[in-house]
Design a protein around this ligand. Structure first.
Ligand SMILES: Cc1cc2nc3c(=O)[nH]c(=O)nc-3n(C[C@H](O)[C@H](O)[C@H](O)COP(=O)(O)OP(=O)(O)OC[C@H]3O[C@@H](n4cnc5c(N)ncnc54)[C@H](O)[C@@H]3O)c2cc1C
Length: 700
């Protein structure tokens, strides 16, 4: 294969198209009359081998390569580079086959997200991945930048969906990993999130779900952020797995008019803000000043907003099989209604209808001499209010700042800040410097789902510290001449020690263990603390251990030493700070890990002797049930639920198990011990099951 066989262009228009992504800093530069650096040549490989040939040639010639998906990245990761080659995936667009028996789909990297979802919907399935940018982002971009969609609390984030992956590298190899082939599975978590620095992802094998039959969406008004956060945390720790949980801070709630405010003298002020916001959408240059003035006085505007804001809106929803949705919403409502005012279905439905629209309204801000940008970070529950305040305070002198909180997990969530400021380069840089420094100073992760690109490379490097060596080792193996997307993701910065491990708070539902602790030692420690591990099959062998989904979850934070430096990875509940380097850290040091736990509380366990128990187990998962216990021991199926919905969920499961489930004593439940291995659906003794039938069993 020579690169002359690969479709390519050196036309100015094609090079120009590959020069920009949707990084607002690039848009600001454009409004200041600067054009983005253009690649020398754009390649559109149509096969894995073509992609590998281009990368190998670039490597030999020492030409930098910038992989390009659909260019919706907001951190400058796909932005052009003088003298580079752009490897654009827009001709890698084959979809299918959809395996309706295994619930998986095969997709090439350049496939547009909305087109994939439309194709799945037409067959009664969904991927469950719904980023706001779904109509302008690609599967390869999602994998490369660790995307997360709006329904992540039910379906997981993008890497949870990837079962197999193929990637072309600068060594000319085509790596096939997971369901795709036998190449080193440890490369999977390194390629996911590598943002084009280790290779070009050319195809993925993805989990899919049956399209939901029922959807329940609602708005709740809370007086304070703290009350709302408390309800969100309890929903997640009660294992109720809502599909969406989004909290708008009081300012966003007020200026967006998202809740019905009680009649007050503040009405007039609110109407003024509404008018101001609607003017942002108009192009009349005379009105430019209506935006320029507030953006020139961000400190005043932020204080004014704080003064008029009261109460915040929480959007919450469940989807899936009707009986499951009914059981979960009943339990969820009793938590929400303790301190929240039910606003009915309206706010939730309005959000759902416009869920992909809101982020595209920012361009008029640039047209009027300002800038707008967003920053999404993640932290544990007890840290979220502190991080929220620290970022607001840091940014307030430079830009107007709003926030919402979404993407929640049992141990924490993400805050999505929106900034708008005067469109000068120095103001833009001041905002990012202040905001990211504040996040790092609070010990949180600098990005939850937008990735790093060029914009956040120095803070990402500071966050992962000396563990960057894990990425460098992978780079030396897959990109020995360093041509893949240089200057993006990680850059050389002075090594930064992460400091001592932070104290764990009971409310975050986490326990820290030495990685070397045996399952028995962990169980003993949990008993001492009166808790149990949320995911008892956490002891699965790597790489499954690192797969984060609700029935097969790994450790969250891992900390340890690399040389003289202390490193902390996985600071928030989830981080998109490059590839997952936790397995590397564990292999290189004496580490400690945190795992999610739940207090021993309400629970229900049922058992049944059934034919083909694993198939019944798989069908329960496919019916949207997320049991805390789902295993087969001596041919007997055991299904257990915890939390306030446990009895209702047990009753639903019982209806779906032939002959029903008989209630058993939870205390008598023990996991089969011994080493674990993948096994087929017909095997007898297993400790975990997935909807795709990727089962694990104790070797006896
Ligand atoms: C309005 C708007 C809303 C957004 N909302 C969300 C959201 O809800 N959730 C979310 O996660 N993100 C969101 N984003 C960010 C963006 O859509 C994601 O980062 C997405 O994953 C990028 O996909 P892409 O195909 O556009 O990639 P690109 O922008 O083309 O590339 C992103 C990075 O990945 C690399 N890359 C691309 N394809 C490949 C490949 N096949 N192999 C290796 N490297 C590759 C590029 O070099 C670059 O570093 C939003 C962006 C916008 C503009």
């Amino acid at each position: 294969m020579t690169i002359s066989e690969v479709p390519s262009s050196t036309e100015m228009l094609d090079r120009y198209a590959a020069s920009r992504d949707l990084w607002p800093g690039g848009t600001l530069a454009f409004w200041h009359g600067e054009s983005a650096p253009r690649p020398e040549r754009v390649f559109w490989p149509e096969t894995d081998e073509q992609a590998a040939a281009v990368l190998a040639e670039a490597s030999q010639q020492g030409i930098p390569v910038v992989p390009y998906g659909l260019g919706s990245g907001v951190c400058g990761g796909a932005r052009g580079r003088e003298g580079s080659w752009s490897v654009d995936t827009k001709r890698l667009i084959k979809m299918g086959p959809l395996d309706e028996a295994r619930w998986t789909v095969e997709v090439e990297a350049g496939v547009n997200g909305q087109q994939l979802e439309d194709a799945l919907t037409s067959r009664g399935f969904t991927l469950g991945h719904s980023p706001s940018s779904i109509s302008c982002s690609s599967v390869g971009g999602w994998a490369a930048a660790r995307s997360a969609g709006q329904f992540s609390s039910k379906y997981g984030v993008f890497e949870d969906m990837v079962l197999g992956l193929t990637a072309a590298t600068a060594t000319g190899e085509v790596l096939k990993i997971g369901t795709h082939g036998d190449d080193d599975p440890a490369l999977m978590p390194l390629l996911l999130g590598s943002e084009g620095t280790l290779g070009v992802i050319t195809r993925c094998n993805l989990r899919v779900w049956k399209a939901p039959e029922a959807r329940w969406l609602r708005g709740y008004r809370f007086s304070t952020i703290d009350d709302a956060l408390d309800a969100m945390r309890r929903l997640m720790q009660a294992e109720l797995w809502p599909s969406v949980v989004r909290l708008y801070d009081p300012i966003d709630t007020r200026i967006g008019g998202k809740t019905k405010p009680k009649a007050s003298r503040k009405q007039g002020t609110k109407r003024w803000y509404r008018r101001w916001l609607s003017e942002i959408g108009q192009l009349d240059p005379i009105r430019r000043r209506t935006l320029a003035l507030p953006l020139a006085l961000p400190g005043v505007v932020n204080r004014l907003f704080e003064g008029i804001a009261s109460g915040c809106l929480l959007i919450v929803g469940w989807e899936g099989r009707p009986a499951v949705v009914e059981a979960l919403t009943a339990a969820g409502r009793s938590i929400l209604e303790e301190r929240g005012e039910d606003l009915g279905a309206g706010p939730g439905n309005r959000w759902y209808q416009s869920r992909h629209a809101v982020s595209y309204k920012l361009m008029p801000v640039f047209e009027r001499g300002g800038f707008a940008d967003t920053m999404e970070i993640a932290a544990r529950w007890t840290d979220l209010p502190r991080v929220y305040r620290a970022v607001r305070e840091a940014v307030t002198p430079h830009a107007v700042v709003l926030a919402h909180m979404s993407h929640v997990y049992p141990e924490g969530g993400s805050i999505y800040f929106s900034f708008a400021g005067r469109g000068s380069r120095s103001v833009y840089e001041a905002v990012w410097n202040a905001a990211q420094d504040a996040v790092l100073a609070q010990g949180a992760t600098i990005t939850h789902h937008h990735g790093v690109g060029a914009l956040k490379a120095k803070w990402a490097s500071a966050e992962v510290g000396a563990a960057v060596e894990g990425w460098r080792e992978a780079k030396a193996r897959l990109d020995p001449n360093g041509v893949m997307n240089p200057g993006r993701l990680f850059v050389p910065v002075p090594p930064r020690d992460a400091g001592p491990d932070p104290r764990l708070h009971e409310t975050d539902g986490l326990v820290r263990f030495p990685v070397a602790a045996t399952p028995e030692e962990r169980a003993e420690e949990c008993t001492r603390l009166g808790v149990e591990q949320m995911f008892p099959w956490e002891a699965l062998p790597a790489p499954a251990r690192w797969t984060r989904s609700h029935w097969q979850v790994g450790w969250t934070e891992v900390s340890g030493r690399v040389g003289a430096q202390h490193v902390r990875l996985g600071r928030g509940p989830r981080s998109a700070t490059g590839p997952d380097l936790r397995p590397w850290l564990v292999a290189h040091g004496d580490c400690r890990c945190t795992v999610p736990v739940v207090p021993a509380g309400e629970r229900w366990l049922g058992a049944a002797k059934v034919d083909r128990p694993w198939e019944v187990a798989r069908e329960l998962l496919r019916s949207d049930l997320r049991p805390a216990v789902l295993d087969v021991v001596d041919g007997e199926l055991r299904v257990g639920f915890r939390g306030p919905a446990c009895r209702q969920l047990g009753a639903v499961a019982s209806r779906w198990v032939p002959g029903g489930l008989t209630e058993r004593d939870w205390e008598a439940f023990t996991l089969p011990s011994g080493p674990l291995e993948p096994c087929a659906t017909t095997d007898a003794d297993c400790v975990a099951v997935t909807a795709q039938g990727g089962l694990r069993r104790a070797r006896t």
